[in-house]
Design a protein around this ligand. Structure first.
Ligand SMILES: [Fe+2]
Ligand SMILES: [Fe+2]
Length: 487
């Protein structure tokens, strides 16, 4: 499978990308370093020699943030282009570190070590949340270990290591389970369950540690530690829960919860679509049903596919009567030159993108709105133009001028959009005709190079074809004719 990293048509990070990324990390570094100084000065029993402490912390933070910088820049380079994700990741990373620094001065066991994973897993991929969580935990533990070593309290070293293991375990599980979920209640349920399971191991380890070092269990102390661990579990879930919508709105992120909200029929832009272009809205619903199933079949985010399908033709709000599905008897194109008609039709992709930014729809959705026709020709008006002349007609003048699909979901929307219209126009849409139509549709788009900028594979396209054919039965099933006449 081609991945974005090796795709030669994807833009490489330029100087500005690298500079913005570096500035973002530098700002995160200084905010965390400043917070460390404040936390250390507020509670100086673990400080020891302040200058040495600051120098060691400075170097450690630089190394850890450089590791995160290298990860963002290379392993998941796509993030460099999506600065809002980068800013949100730095925000979650820095905030977790700062809250943990202050919590550690109350009690080491109170550190909400997996907070970064709770925040990042709602908007990034599981592997991003996983890496951010591991690095945030290393930074937190590093801070405590340096403080207690230089401050002369080595007895706490093992506790710090347990905090690291607790944070890494909880955060890693959360990263993989929360990214697939959209319900806010599941977020709390998963968070509490995972935290309590990891916390039980943590308490068990403290109990064994007590036995090994002192030969007996100090139940009072263990009970106190357990309460702090439970406090940390509850705090990271609640903080994550409260911060999620704030980060989501601050950086306009397409979290699963946000994607579900975007498909609410009372959303201002969707209710405009329902009122002003009912035909387009119905078409979008059918595309959404196909797209959701196809995305799940190829392992992509079905919430994203559904939301993208709702907004793919939103630009038709500008000139609804010029689009077939909103017309009754009168077709305004009958009175227009084909090049004017093509221009009006073509514009719905750019108008859609503009409306999306006006209503603050996340970029992931608006880019699909402008990519869903790629550079395909608008066949009806191209053929009409050819019928008016014997000379050659430039197909480009009758083609969409949007960019090609850049993600698998954009490709899925392009296919489901085409499939919905093509199947609907079949006179006898039996299984064989539908299959032939879908095969033709996919081959035409491959030959026209429409998937050259995304990493969809031939196997994915085949899966999408079969998923649409299966879904077709459910979407356009034949109904028994309603009996005429009076009852
Ligand atoms: Fe469209
Ligand atoms: Fe469409």
């Amino acid at each position: 499978m081609t991945n974005t990293f090796y795709n030669p048509k994807v833009r490489k990070p330029n100087f500005k990308d690298k500079l913005v990324t570096l500035l973002c990390f530098t700002a995160t570094f200084f905010v965390m370093f400043f917070a460390f100084i404040v936390a250390a000065l507020l509670n100086n029993d673990r400080v020891g020699c302040l200058f040495t402490l600051l120098a060691v912390i400075f170097l450690g933070y630089v190394i850890i943030l450089l590791t995160l910088f290298v990860y963002v820049l290379n392993t998941k380079r796509k993030l460099v282009y999506r600065f809002k994700l980068l800013f949100a990741i730095c925000f979650a990373f820095g905030l977790t570190a700062i809250i943990s620094m202050f919590a550690s001065h109350i009690k080491i066991f109170l550190i909400p070590a997996a907070l970064a994973a709770f925040i990042v897993s709602t908007f990034a991929e599981a592997r991003d949340a996983f890496v951010v969580n591991i690095l945030a935990n290393i930074l937190i533990t590093f801070t405590i270990v340096v403080e207690i070593t230089i401050g002369g309290h080595p007895g706490y070293l093992l506790d710090a290591i347990w905090v690291l293991l607790f944070g890494m375990a909880t955060g890693s599980w959360v990263a993989y389970y929360i990214t697939k979920n959209a319900r806010r209640l599941s977020y709390i349920g998963i968070g509490l369950f995972v935290g309590i399971v990891a916390g039980a191991f943590f308490i068990g380890a403290l109990l064994l540690e007590d036995l090994a070092i002192h030969g007996a269990i100090s139940w009072g102390e263990l009970g106190e530690h357990s309460l702090f661990i439970l406090g940390a579990v509850v705090m990271q879930v609640l903080l994550g829960f409260v911060l999620q919508p704030i980060v989501e709105s601050l950086f306009n992120l397409a979290t699963n919860t946000r994607l579900v909200e975007l498909t609410d029929h009372r959303h201002p832009l969707i209710s405009r679509l329902i009122k002003e272009c009912p035909g387009t809205f119905n078409h979008s619903l059918n595309v959404a049903n196909f797209a959701e199933i196809c995305a799940a079949a190829i392992g992509e985010n079905p919430y994203m596919a559904r939301a993208a399908a709702y907004y793919h033709d939103i630009g038709k709000i500008v000139n609804p009567e010029y689009f077939n599905e909103n017309q009754s008897d009168y077709n305004p194109h009958d009175e227009l030159m084909p090049e004017v008609s093509a221009e009006i039709i073509r514009n719905h992709t750019t108008e859609g993108s503009k409306l999306c930014s006006m209503y603050r729809i996340p970029k992931e959705i608006s880019s699909i709105t402008s990519q869903h026709h790629g550079s395909l020709p608008i066949a009806v008006f191209y053929n009409k133009a050819k019928s008016f002349t014997d000379s050659e007609v430039d197909v480009k003048a009758y083609s969409y001028n949007g960019s090609l699909p850049e993600s698998k979901i954009a490709a899925v929307i392009m296919l489901c959009d085409g499939a919905e219209a093509a199947i609907r126009s079949l006179d006898n849409p039996d299984g064989k005709a539908v299959d032939e139509t879908l095969r033709k549709l996919i081959t035409e788009r491959i030959n026209a190079g429409q998937f050259d900028n995304c990493d969809i594979t031939l196997r994915d396209l085949d899966t999408v074809r079969m998923a649409i054919a299966d879904a077709y039965g459910g979407v356009f099933h034949n109904r028994v004719k309603y009996p005429e006449g009076k009852i």
